[in-house]
Design a protein around this ligand. Sequence first.
Ligand SMILES: Nc1nc2c(ncn2[C@@H]2O[C@H](COP(=O)(O)OP(=O)(O)O)[C@@H](O)[C@H]2O)c(=O)[nH]1
Ligand SMILES: [Mg+2]
Ligand SMILES: [Zn+2]
Length: 377
Amino acid sequence: MRPKPARPPTRTNRMESPLPRNTDAYELWDEAYEEDYFDAPAKSKPKPKKKERTIDGVVVRARGHHYDVATSDDKVISCRVRGRLLQERAKDLTLVAVGDRVKIVLEGRRKGQIDSVEERESTLSRQLPGTNRPSEDVIVANPDQVLVVFSVQDPEPHLRMLDRFLVVAEANELPAVIVANKIDLTGLDKAREILLLYEGLGYPILYVSATEAIEFDPNRSPANPPRPGGLDQLRRLLTGKLTVVTGPSGVGKSALINALHPQLNLRVGDLRSFEGKGRHTTRNAQLFQLPLGDNTFVADTPGIRELGLYEIDPGSLCFFYVDLKPFVNECHFPNCTHDHEPNCAVRQAVADGKVSPVRYDSYVRLLNGESFQLDEW
Ligand SMILES: Nc1nc2c(ncn2[C@@H]2O[C@H](COP(=O)(O)OP(=O)(O)O)[C@@H](O)[C@H]2O)c(=O)[nH]1
Ligand SMILES: [Mg+2]
Ligand SMILES: [Zn+2]
């Protein structure tokens, strides 16, 4: 315990600032928080009742035992978890995760205690939904969808890596949207050629350029050329939702988010060049709020890139390839891995041209433990 300072609390302007909009703002704000945290409470006014101090919020960042909670009036309150809640749910490893909707009791203007956590509607976790092991590690609570961003050039798209992200989305029962970025480098036709297979799988695909602010949605407007002057469809897709944005390094994730909300000012470029310059190297998931109506958040989730397939039961993997799934239950052996077994309906479907051999090959490689180096945002 640190001794309480004798002087009254000093409140800096920074503490009154609204929700930090970018990582730098968070760093600044954290310092302010540390000051405030150890200050003595103001004694002059009587403390309002607990009920009056209880407000709703969304956890936007977790740092050890401190959680930043965004409130509807655009503030960020730094919170600890109430002791009783910790005891009640001691077995639950992820008591509070980024994305959780919480009730907090204010203990000052900028700090509070998390009093309760709403039941999660969905999770992005390191464990398959439905198995209910107490060790579930929740990376993001309440995500609505996963945006898998790839570039059509520079870096070249790695489609088996795309499959892997899609598997993660499917395993977590989250809708996935593919964003093919940098179409300014290839033109639309070449870009669509690359992703033709995926148009056929039923995943929505947006073809975009973050730098030129153009986009094209083949599912909505097959006859139209890319529309300059905005990323309206992407904007619409994100509005009112919590979206996990993921994809390999260098594909333009930060550039895209900045294009939607320039004030966020996320670092664009090779993140590795920023490492060792005062940045935290281990980062947890973090939510950024976009000014697109209430409750529009994008999640930067380093954790998704560490998701190894060892967490996915090999027997279930085929269910997460949406094109293989329809054939899985028709195999001769109930525990068929669709790799080598005779009378395999999946392999038959490939032979019959009902399933792309490329996707089947991707499945077999993932089944056999192919891994990739996945860098940070
Ligand atoms: N030509 C082109 N370059 C882009 C586009 N989007 C991003 N970039 C560039 O790609 C590099 C990586 O972008 P960044 O947003 O940092 O990628 P991230 O690692 O996925 O966040 C930067 O040099 C960007 O300027 C785009 O649509 N077209
Ligand atoms: Mg980035
Ligand atoms: Zn089979």
